[in-house]
Design a protein around this ligand. Structure first.
Ligand code: C5P
Length: 234
């Protein structure tokens, strides 16, 4: 028995400063087709029939959240995030302590991925629940090079069996909380939830998702996301 019928909580880490983006406003608050990226991301999660609410981890000095207007009537709350993505997710999970049971599934989704498709979230939930935990991912299509000294190619890596990890990622609340806490205690920097779960001995399932689920990282990505959103609504 799972909580799927009751609905899933989503945790959205949105406490980053967007160092790779530059500029004053964190990337999750930049306008994307007339609405902040973060609002679009939350709207996408809320639009899925199986979600019940979103817990957003924001920076302690966040001055932009107040201006966010989401379209959904689902519960949207904030908590204060941490110094790393993993610490922010952990803070979001802890804020849900009284509302989610240990064996219930939660979704974690990057604030900067506003183009995720409803059907991909559905597939993630369907296959991920059966597998006990999963992430959206895309198989690597380019040839992969390892860089050596002076940015010369040191080796060509095998492309087979390599995937790019996307979000959302779906795990049981208690297992994810334990895995993230263990990684933090061991001072291992985990860059996604699946990595923490792997370190804890789990084998998350890779569920293929659309390449259009981009993470907005550079100014060019904003224009690309705008194009993707326009195509999706056409
Ligand atoms: O920087 P990067 O793109 O990897 O961040 C991924 C997600 O993690 C973003 O949504 C960002 O806001 C969030 N994050 C966070 N707390 C941090 C660092 C990043 O919530 N300390």
């Amino acid at each position: 028995m799972t909580n799927i019928e009751r609905g899933l909580w989503c945790v959205v880490p949105a406490a980053g400063h967007g160092a790779r983006f530059g500029g004053e406003i964190p990337k999750q608050y930049l306008p994307l087709a007339g609405k902040p990226v973060l609002a679009r991301t939350i709207d996408r999660l809320c639009a899925h029939p199986l979600t019940i609410g979103v817990m957003v981890a924001i920076a302690p000095a966040d001055r932009n959240w107040r201006s966010i207007a989401c379209s959904s009537t689902k519960t949207i709350e904030t908590t204060i995030g941490g110094d790393t993505r993993a610490a922010s997710v952990l803070a979001g999970l802890r804020a849900l302590r009284d509302r989610v049971k240990d064996d219930e599934f939660v979704l974690v989704h990057d604030a900067a991925r506003p183009c995720v498709r409803t059907e991909d979230i559905s597939r993630l939930i369907e296959f991920g629940v059966a597998a006990g935990g999963a992430l959206l991912a895309a198989p690597l299509r380019d040839t992969l090079k390892r860089a050596g000294d002076a940015q010369r190619v040191a080796a060509t890596e095998a492309r087979e069996a390599r995937w790019r990890a996307l979000t959302p990622q779906l795990f049981r609340y208690g297992e994810l909380l334990g895995a993230l806490q263990a990684a933090l205690d061991a001072r291992v920097e985990v860059t996604d939830e699946a990595m923490a779960m792997e370190l804890a001995g789990y084998l998350p399932l890779l569920v293929e998702g659309a390449e259009s689920n981009i993470k907005i990282t550079t100014p060019d990505d904003l224009a690309l996301a705008e194009f993707i959103l326009a195509r999706q609504s056409a």
